[in-house]
Design a protein around this ligand. Structure first.
Ligand code: NAI
Length: 490
């Protein structure tokens, strides 16, 4: 039994799986025990041009031998390719960028280390970056969200190595990150900051070769800002998460919808008429709260920021501290980026059958270890991705996706149409970092966290509108002059 289940008996099936209540920052990563029969099968793939073939890595001219891809089953490549094709149809912005990347080769010969959810949408991004001349080395940012068919399909693509198998343990998770770093990357893409963190803490000899990187999520950006404040961040990182395109669309619409999708797939519960508690009213929490309300639930919001709490109140939600919301809620969804948002004190007063789900990046928001300690038995997978915890007083609490990101574990992550916008930010930000302005000492970015240039947001929105057949007005010269002048009043 894992530490995360201390104090309770696993009644059936899986052991060693859960929320090993990791220390903050590292938590969430590894899935359960490696599956027997899968471990030790790295890369077996000998697909054309891809997995199984050591390749020269590093910056142009580098002759470092690369390990082969490490994937679960190369035979899944066909299924993965079909799903990537389906996602591509909903990702017109990346499609529109492709011919420019092919022509301009912004990443020619550059090794790019990426730690991202291995999904069909990520595959579309990876293919765009390789079309732009990059050599991609991909690890999973969460083994539970890894889609093995996508990993297999990508491993068969020229210019890509993949180190990802679903459900690997923490040790393998970090080994996979190291394998991407073996490429001596010139650029990095991260989702949660584990790759950048590992690079600084364990591979400092590679830092000088890294021109810059991109970070995808709120929690990762927060960690990078702490590194920058300490003066430890050695290269510029663009906070893709902080772009308007990402926060307005991905976190609100994408996460808002896909978190509900994950909860419904895992439980098939009827949300209408239920009391749903949403912890955190950032863009993710707002998206979730609005959609849950649209399905007929009564929504309670918990917050620690008075301004965000006031916004929730004005939007018509009930606002309560978690201690008061705990006995009322039937479904709890955390989206805070913080830890122990739902702890044993809250669980002790929850209703029988309450469902606990997390949308935040790491699996520290629900105290899974605390839940296990309150329990006399755990019934894993009463439905896929739903574990039932039997408490001493006979109540049952249902934990979804082991407290990990529910939309990625129990569903498929954010829909392709919204990932199209987010990944367009990443691709253009990386091209900017790889471009001539960044090789010029005068204009190149300092090490630290940098905002996405406004022009990138504008460019993406323009492409997205065009792809949907929508158009907007242009300012007339008189309007432009009026808006720029302080002399013209009433
Ligand atoms: P945010 O930082 O803008 O909002 C989080 C909110 O939670 C803030 O208003 C903060 O005051 C509040 N909060 C912090 N501690 C709290 C506590 N103990 N109780 C109640 N509220 C608390 O972040 P955003 O963009 O909304 O993202 C939230 C989390 O979701 C992050 O971990 C982010 O990385 C993750 N994320 C997950 C996605 C997914 O697909 N599941 C997609 C995008 C982000």
């Amino acid at each position: 039994m894992s530490a995360g289940r201390r104090g309770a008996a696993v009644v059936s099936g899986r052991t060693g799986k859960p929320g090993d209540a990791e220390e903050p920052g590292r938590a969430g990563k590894p899935g359960g025990a490696e599956e027997p029969g899968r471990a030790g099968k790295p890369g077996g793939a000998e697909e054309p041009g891809g997995a199984g073939k050591p390749e020269a890595a590093g910056e142009p001219g580098g002759a470092r031998a690369m390990p082969p891809s490490e994937i679960a089953d190369p035979g899944l490549a066909g299924a993965g390719l079909a799903r990537i094709g389906w996602a591509e149809r909903s990702m017109p912005v990346l499609g529109l960028m492709r011919s420019a990347f092919e022509r301009e080769q912004p990443f020619a010969g550059t090794a790019v280390a990426a730690c991202l959810h291995v999904t069909a949408e990520t595959a579309v991004l990876v293919n765009l970056l390789t079309a732009g001349g990059g050599r991609l080395h991909l690890a999973a940012s969460n083994p539970l969200s890894t889609q093995d068919d996508i990993a297999a399909a990508l491993a068969a693509c020229p210019g890509v190595t993949v180190h990802a198998r679903s459900g690997v343990d923490r040790r393998t998770y970090y080994q996979h990150i190291h394998r991407t770093l073996d490429a001596a990357p010139g650029l990095v893409i991260d989702d949660g900051c584990d790759l950048v963190n590992t690079l600084h803490a364990e591979r400092p000899e590679l830092l000088a070769g890294v021109r810059g990187g991109c970070e995808s999520t709120t929690t990762g950006v927060a960690r990078l800002r702490r590194m920058a404040a300490e003066g430890t961040l050695a290269f510029p990182v663009v906070a893709a998460d902080a772009s308007r395109t990402r926060r307005m669309f991905d976190n609100f619409y994408g996460t808002g919808q896909s978190v509900i999708d994950g909860i419904l797939r895992a439980t098939n519960t009827l949300l209408a008429g239920q009391v749903v508690v949403v912890a955190g009213y950032g863009p993710c929490g707002r998206g979730i709260a609005e959609r849950v309300r649209g399905l007929g639930a009564q929504v309670i919001v918990t917050e620690v920021d008075p301004v965000r709490a006031l916004a929730a109140l004005m939007q018509g939600f009930r606002v309560l501290p978690m201690a008061q919301a705990a006995p009322l809620g039937q479904v709890f969804i955390t989206a805070t980026g913080s830890r122990d948002v739902i702890g044993p004190g809250h669980m002790a007063v929850m209703r029988d059958g309450a469902i606990l789900a997390n949308a935040g990046h790491f699996d520290v928001e629900v105290d899974v270890r605390g839940l296990a300690e309150l329990s006399v038995a755990i019934h894993p997978d009463v439905r896929p991705h739903a574990d039932e915890y039997l408490l001493r007083d006979g109540r049952r609490l249902i934990l979804l996706a082991e407290g990990r990101v529910v939309n990625l574990v129990a569903a498929e992550g954010n829909p392709a149409a919204v990932m199209d916008l987010s990944f367009a930010v990443q691709a253009l930000a990386l091209a900017w970092l790889a471009g001539p302005s960044q090789s010029d000492e005068e204009s190149s970015l300092e090490p630290g966290v940098h905002e996405v240039p406004a022009e990138i947001d504008t460019q993406i929105a323009t492409l997205a509108l065009a792809s949907r057949g929508a158009a907007i007005d242009d300012l007339t010269p008189a309007q432009q002059e009026y808006l720029e002048s302080w002399r013209q009043g009433s």
